[in-house]
Design a protein around this ligand. Structure first.
Ligand SMILES: NC(=O)c1ccc[n+]([C@@H]2O[C@H](COP(=O)([O-])OP(=O)(O)OC[C@H]3O[C@@H](n4cnc5c(N)ncnc54)[C@H](O)[C@@H]3O)[C@@H](O)[C@H]2O)c1
Ligand SMILES: O=C(O)C(=O)C[C@@H](O)[C@H](O)[C@H](O)COP(=O)(O)O
Ligand SMILES: [Zn+2]
Length: 377
């Protein structure tokens, strides 16, 4: 890191993501968006193309643009509609067109300012723009700060399923500004919390127990929230460092997602009915109930997971989705498009208990169908 950038980091917590010549840092702290100009300049950019959504633009774009111009950078912005429907090929084309119109060059930067939708969309745009431009992720939702801004998965949805079109494109820097969360709606904070709890459920039972004790402080803000964000980033960085392209272990980060993505596809990405984090909460509760039904996990652990998610106000059953969902066979059909499918066989992240998740390949589709039927009855 250059000296000027290092001086700026003094106040921020720094989590390294070790990926050889694609290594980068996640900075977590207050006032980081005001430093985006100096940070982008330290990365050697001359122009910065900001991609954001309408809600985040209203709350945070002015201070980012000011910071970029104050640093002497040529800054432009592409603003997309808020919500999951912006993760589409049509919207990707608009974003790429806007970045090209601004003449963002190969050594410049795309700055993704927003939640996971903007991060995935802008990251993918950066990966294809002039065959690859660097991306600075500035996550503004809890979910994006603890998960989507880290690890390089980028992409958009298809009518065939969630995130089916995309690329791995690691960011050059992640700026997780704690101040940004002050304007995040409560429902979205809660949804992001599901991905925080996920790290405990995967392999860190002490972290999950701490969340059970201290979740109110995480929601309230302050050191316990910063601790939860940093712990989540460290957990994700460790998995990504050992399996960047999901040949093995990284699939653990998909806990709850085989069910959750099927539910999101089933409601056609209608965020009024279900947002990603809520789908993950339902999916994780289902993964534990499925594990218990298969005799892998104790029933008490499945109940404990559901109880904690419900305590913070997250949904834990597909029956909680407003308007209901399709039948078991249709949901199974969505799952057959999951990216973890191998040779037509379903892969799930199952668990032997809290903090004891594992990748289960070749899961019997008949057992999944029977489980889904019981969940919808
Ligand atoms: N790439 C990955 O590794 C990864 C990981 C997890 C999730 N995801 C993806 O992330 C997406 C979900 O991300 P999300 O939950 O952040 O959703 P989102 O990007 O839609 O943001 C949620 C809502 O909050 C608003 N918002 C965001 N930050 C705000 C702020 N600071 N102030 C006011 N409003 C704000 C947004 O405008 C939006 O309406 C999904 O598409 C999911 O597939 C990707
Ligand atoms: O980073 C990962 O790997 C994850 O699985 C994190 C998930 O929370 C995230 O939702 C991711 O986008 C899902 O990946 P996908 O490969 O199933 O689309
Ligand atoms: Zn997720």
């Amino acid at each position: 890191m250059a000296d000027a950038a290092r001086a700026l980091s003094d106040e921020a917590e720094v989590v390294p993501v070790s990926l050889g010549d694609r290594s980068y840092e996640i900075l977590i702290g207050r006032g980081l968006l005001e430093q985006s100009g100096a940070r982008a300049k330290a990365l050697g950019a001359r122009k910065v193309g900001v991609v954001t959504d309408e809600n985040v633009a209203a709350a945070h774009l002015p201070r980012v643009m000011e910071s970029l111009t104050a640093a002497g950078l040529d800054a432009s912005a592409v603003v997309v509609p808020a919500g999951e429907s912006s993760k589409s090929l049509d919207r990707l084309a608009t974003v790429v067109d806007g970045l090209l119109a601004a003449r963002i060059e190969r050594k410049d930067l795309v700055l993704a300012l927003g939640g996971g939708v903007v991060g995935d969309l802008a990251g993918f745009a950066a990966s294809v723009l002039r065959r690859g431009v660097r991306c600075l992720q500035a996550p503004t939702s809890l979910l994006a700060q603890v998960d989507s801004s880290v690890g390089g998965k980028t992409g958009v949805n298809s009518r065939h399923g969630k995130n089916l079109i995309g690329a791995f494109h690691q960011p050059s820097l992640v700026l997780a500004d704690a101040d940004a969360l002050d304007t995040l709606p409560e429902r979205e904070f809660r949804a992001g919390y599901a991905e925080v709890a996920k790290y405990g459920l995967i392999d860190d039972p002490a972290f999950f127990a701490r969340l059970e004790r201290n979740w109110r402080q995480v929601f309230a803000g302050g050191p316990e929230r910063t601790n939860a964000i940093a712990a989540s980033c460290r957990a994700k960085a460790a998995v990504v460092a050992r399996d960047e392209h999901e040949h093995g272990d990284r699939a653990l980060l998909n806990l709850g997602h085989t069910f959750g993505h099927a539910l999101e596809a089933d409601v056609r990405y209608d965020g009024a009915r279900l947002v990603h984090g809520e789908g993950v909460a339902i999916g994780m509760a289902m993964a534990f109930r499925f594990s218990a039904a298969l005799g892998l996990a104790p029933e008490e652990d499945a109940a404990r997971v559901g109880a904690h998610l419900a305590t913070v106000g997250l949904p834990t059953s597909p029956k909680a989705i407003p308007g209901g969902v399709s039948d078991a066979a249709t949901l199974l059909g969505h799952m057959r498009q999951d990216k973890k499918v191998e040779g037509g066989k379903l892969t799930f992240i199952l668990a032997r208990g809290v903090g004891k998740s594992f990748v289960a390949r070749d899961v019997d589709a008949e057992k999944v169908l029977a489980f889904l039927e019981s969940e919808l009855a």
